[in-house]
Design a protein around this ligand. Structure first.
Ligand code: 3PG
Length: 318
């Protein structure tokens, strides 16, 4: 089983939930799962939080559920007993941190300054919540703090939206973004679970950034490849014959690269191959680990196990 840190990094977004009625917890969790994000940080800002975590744990086993706005060791105990698999706090309370550590439950205390990060390090914390992210300087602040604290990882939360999320996620020290935009309190209270599902699916698509970026057409031989190249060149000005391979900008090439299927190869660009592959796996679309390629230690390309219309489909890092 994945550890919680890897699990959160793989998901990329942690929905931050404020829930007034525990009876809404399971439909909410199901909407998040359908939208592609089986994760929630249920905040202890309402009396329903503990029961909500208990219900989600009992009815949605695939969901990674944690507790947020945990201010005391006593709240952490209630959250953990209800099934919370991680604890998040807006600030850094050494007593709460030590309590969670003694219980062996991952804890993400909130920080926004260098001194707080030093305190977190002295407590053996490797990943902090960066809060309130936008108000505390946003991604520029994380970049600046990452210089002296190169090993610290951040879970920024506060003011994150679809339009600024990817700037955070592109930084290697950011494991995921937290945010409430897809699970607004009013949407939950109005039981608008379809809307929550849609906003969640949009958030996932924005994060992954799927984009058709290259097509290779399988030709029977070099003559056919050259002819095709000539046609594309004559008709559209794409052609640029280059030795054995024929490239058309970055959008079409002949002959195709390895892992070729009957009809060729399609490269789909993504913001994170690791997150995109994990997302597709969750939807039942497996990837072939024997095709994985790495760059600077990060997954940079991988092929889907299934071909589509005779084409190999490969996820590639944009
Ligand atoms: C939190 O508790 O982490 C924040 O309230 C969530 O921030 P947001 O509502 O701005 O996304």
């Amino acid at each position: 089983m994945q550890d919680v840190y890897t699990h959160i990094e793989t998901l990329g977004i942690v929905p931050v939930v404020v829930i007034d009625g525990a009876q809404d917890a399971v439909p909410l969790a199901q909407a998040l799962c359908r939208g592609g994000l089986p994760c929630a940080e249920v905040t202890f800002r309402t009396a329903a939080a503990e029961d909500a975590i208990r219900s989600i744990t009992a009815h949605c086993p695939d969901m990674l559920v944690g507790a947020g706005t945990v201010l005391t060791a006593e709240q952490a105990d209630r959250a953990i007993d209800a099934g919370a698999r991680f604890i998040v706090s807006p600030g850094l309370n050494p007593a709460t941190v030590r309590h969670c550590q003694q219980k062996g439950v991952p804890v993400f205390p909130g920080v926004s300054t260098a001194s707080e990060i030093e305190l977190a390090l002295s407590l053996g914390i490797s990943t902090v919540k960066f809060f309130p992210a936008e108000q505390a300087g946003g991604i520029a602040a994380i970049k600046a703090l990452s210089a002296p604290f190169a090993d610290m990882r951040f879970l920024p939360t506060g003011g994150i939206q679809p339009d600024n999320m990817n700037a955070y996620l592109a930084h290697p020290s950011v494991i995921a973004c937290g945010g409430s935009w897809m699970v607004k309190k009013e949407l939950i209270a109005a039981r608008q679970f379809d809307r929550i599902e849609k906003l969640t699916a949009e958030a996932v698509r924005t994060m992954l950034g799927f984009e058709l970026c290259r097509i290779s057409i399988a030709c029977t031989d070099k003559t056919e490849a050259k002819q095709a190249a000539g046609m594309f060149g004559a008709l559209f000005g794409f052609a640029k014959p280059d030795g054995g391979a024929v490239f058309f900008g970055n959008s079409l090439e002949l002959p195709p690269p390895p892992h070729l299927k009957k009809n060729g190869y399609i490269a789909v660009g993504v913001n994170s191959v690791m997150r995109a592959a994990a997302y597709l796996e969750r939807t039942g679309c497996a990837c072939r680990t024997d095709t994985a390629a790495y760059k600077n230690g990060a997954l940079a390309a991988i092929c889907l196990a299934q071909e589509i219309a005779g084409f190999t489909v490969q996820l590639v890092q944009k």
